[in-house]
Write a protein that binds this ligand. Sequence first.
Ligand code: P6P
Length: 343
Amino acid sequence: MAKTRFMTLPRHIDEGEKLHPSATGELSAILNQIGLAAKVISLEVNKAGLADILGFTGDENVHGEQVKKLDMFAHDALIRALDHTGHFCVMASEEEEDIIHIPAKHKIGKYVILFDPLDGSSNIDANVSIGTIFSIFKRITPDNGNPGTMEDCLQPGINQVAAGYIVYGSSTIFVYTAGHGVHGFTLDPAFGEFLLSHEDIKMKSRGGIYSINEGNYKYWHPGLKKYIKHLQAWDNHEKPYKSRYIGSMVADIHRNLLYGGIFMYPADKRNPNGKLRLVYECNPMAFIVEAAGGKATDGKKKRILEYKPTELHQRVPIYIGSKDDIDLLEKFIEEEEIAVTES
Ligand code: P6P
């Protein structure tokens, strides 16, 4: 890959495609369209404090959560950027209950895309970083020009061909993997291009940060409680881990991807499957973190990417980040399970 200050997202994707003869160029076109939608969303997110766009639409999404106007703006921006390209047979959005069919006037393609248009949106009014997450598969139903189906959307995460996120923070950063490394691009608003800023991101095998909502402590698995206490203690003169929790999955995982660490949204007594959605949040973030050398499991040694989704809005517990941290967490969980079964 050419070394240049002006390695734009389109150029990097295009050069990446050239390294892999089997690539058809379609994935390049898809990723570039997502980049276009990201610029549109970034502009809106960054001026949200100025317009009357803040506040509630008065609508509720499929999960009974108040939908802020920016969620729907981001949802619409992605649909508009992608539905006419001829690359997709079906789409799905965290803001829609059912799958999204490609309008009949547009060509049907062989790809499937699922996205969370604006994750962390409860933070919008506080100007906290939020993000867009996307996950791309090839269809598994016959590629015969017919519309894609729910079956195409409910594939295990190991089938993904690409995944990425855009984090809208002090900068807007686009991070993606197409299976050949994880790369980050920072938006230069001066001329509206994403420039390569984080090439071939590799996650430390062990971090020094843990991210979890400690307000749920009393509902946690006893093994998780012991693990967190272990991280908070001095261990053979090793200082305690830092606790960092933004409450925005994309921002928390982006920081841990760069610095090392573990993000946890566990199952607990109140939420037996945790809170985060398998197909819109956990699968794409797991695909990215594994591509950077990290791990993503359910805390009991099952890879997130090996879960076969049973429904679009299915939730799963997730422990994601530096692999040594995940391994130690699972050891604490397992030891407590054994203790309980032997007691
Ligand atoms: P809690 C944001 O609403 C979100 O879906 C993720 O981005 C974030 O990690 C999580 O929920 C925060 O949930 O229960 O800690 O507020």
